[in-house]
Design a protein around this ligand. Sequence first.
Ligand code: MOS
Length: 738
Amino acid sequence: MNVVGQPISRADGRLKVTGAARYTADIALAGAVHAAIVHSTIANGRTLSIDTTNAEKAPGVLTILTHCNIPRMNPTPKPWSHLHPHGQGYLPLQDDRIHYAGQPIALIIADSLDRATYAGTLIEVEYQGHPPALFDLRTAKEDAVDPPQFLWPVASSVGDAENAIAGAPITIEQTYTTSDRHHNQMEPHATTAVWDSDGMLTLFETTQHIFGTKELVSIVLGIPLEKINVVSRFLGGGFGGKGYVWPHTLLAALAARVLNRPVRLQLTRAQMYSMTGHQPATIQTIALGANNNGKLLGIRHDSISPTPVFDNYIEYAALSARHLWGATGGISTNHKVVHVNRNTPTAMRSPHEALGHFALESAMDELAYATGSDPVALRLINDTETDPLSGRPFSTRAMRKCLTEGAARFGWERRTPEPGSMRDGRYLIGQGMAAAIYTHWRWPAKARVMLNVDGSATVEAGMHDIGTGTYTVMQQVAADALGLAPDKVIVRLGDTRLPASHPAIGSATMANAGASVLLAAKAARDKALALALTGPDAPFPGADAHNVVIADGSLRLENRNLNISYSELLARNQLSSLTGEADYNPIEEANGPKAVFSFSAVFAEVRIDAELGLVRLNRFLGAYDAGQIINPKTAHSQAIGGIIWGVGQALLEESETDPVTGRFLNRNYSGYLAPTNADIPELDVLFVGDFDEEASPLGAKGLGELTAVSVAPAIANAVYHATGKRVRSLPITIEKLL
Ligand code: MOS
């Protein structure tokens, strides 16, 4: 029986529920001291003086670092890349300038966290302040400028969208907005930095990118690469917020060097709002031109988002309009930024796509009503077999299956299209749907697999399990390739002493790091096979490899009824292990003749108390094409997690800014609303994809983030269906419905 495709439970489940899994801040090092950050209360200006006299005298204080005495750092590399992934270009404690509220201005190291924190309250700061530049919905269009390219081209144009829209019998043109949001991972960001006597720096780090952290720390702190190790074995939520290197990591490493002692630095919940990235708000304008039957002629999608005065992060909200639907006349997209006094935004679960689809798929619903079309039928007639931007055919695109099988399972045919036409007692019932496309990333990844003489195997990859089940799925992949039971496979991840891999971001782990594990396991198996056929003491001399079956930890020569276990084979060759290695590099495939993306269609039913403006999700169904599903259980968990993220985006999440001070206001779980169990009904998940050989040797496409996309427009469209009110700004809060 194949292990791949089975819904096996998490390899690390027991460790997690018993507390045996050690997260970064749990790792206790002898002699470790504690750092606390003091941050700016103003958002724009400079510090005139930072008086540390009283703080230095406070009990337990070992040292205080400010811009006056901290060692200098090298600038972050420009341009930004996934290899050198700095969270922000402005480095901590390097000058007296203040660019955002919550910017670190001092670091106190003491013998306990309480003492460091207390000493921080004794620091006296004199500021010269100016009013902060903010992202203002009323003025953003005038303030917006063209940013340099970041991840993708800033603008795109295929055909003549303007002409197509101008000449279309039906047009929709609307502005949609999304709010600032924060990741709010349960596990706060933390670093423990320790230098050993050989000048080796080890960083125990809450990161989705151990090798990127190593590279960036090497560049910014001027430490040779071979003198840095980064370790991250478990992560209590990343969601992109731990994909890049943020100032606290650099501060912890420097403080440990200054004191020559291990230093632990963990952000407070409130500091997570300014010491690491967030998802920036967007103002998006969509224009659709269509025939009377809803066939799209032209699409224009423009987006504006805030970025700091010192960086050019772009939220590519208009990205998906380049790829999702065909439009015969043309498609144009553009992105602009407004420079504000704010820390740098970053990727947050389904960045770009989850924001852009709210606008695009809300506009499609508006088009459905404008043309009297059924929303599912409208999408079926605009489905495309070729990527509109590149003209390349999609490798696989099960959009039609997502739409039709999803609709059937949801019972879409029982929906009456008239807004306000469905009720359940005093509640209005609304049903809405949306579709989605998601980027498929290709990155190089190395892996090593050892077949051991005791009959076990060890997988080693510098990949991470960010809570998604990587330990488990890698076990499955290696078990199948080796013909072993999964519990015979030990998986080692999260350490830069292991073979180099890519960041655990972009829903790319299975397709890329997974492929390298598959290839390394096959290489180890092939070495065993070669030993059995042609080795010095070959048990199957002269046999044909095709007649050897490998299963249950043994090689079996079927036609001669011979059998030898891996253990015996290695023992008779005096080997303790056989090692297979893989250096998987899919960069050529990424530029190949096929366009690879994941797809979905999702369906939401809401129940609305019209008098209270209260929206509750009744039920939700997602149909996904993410290629081959390696583990239906962890995949299902990914999907329901993603849907819940989407519910937060749709109905609850909003980081609010004080317009006077420029500070984020609701810097805690008490003020930042996210879904709880009581907000979430049964979620139905359907996988309709097939093996995609262009996507990965495993046939898998990106899944995790796809599932958080288009939840918000499906809910917004359901709200419209229930109430006749089109809410074009997220989250859909009570006041917007009253
Ligand atoms: Mo994700 S936002 O690429 O961790």
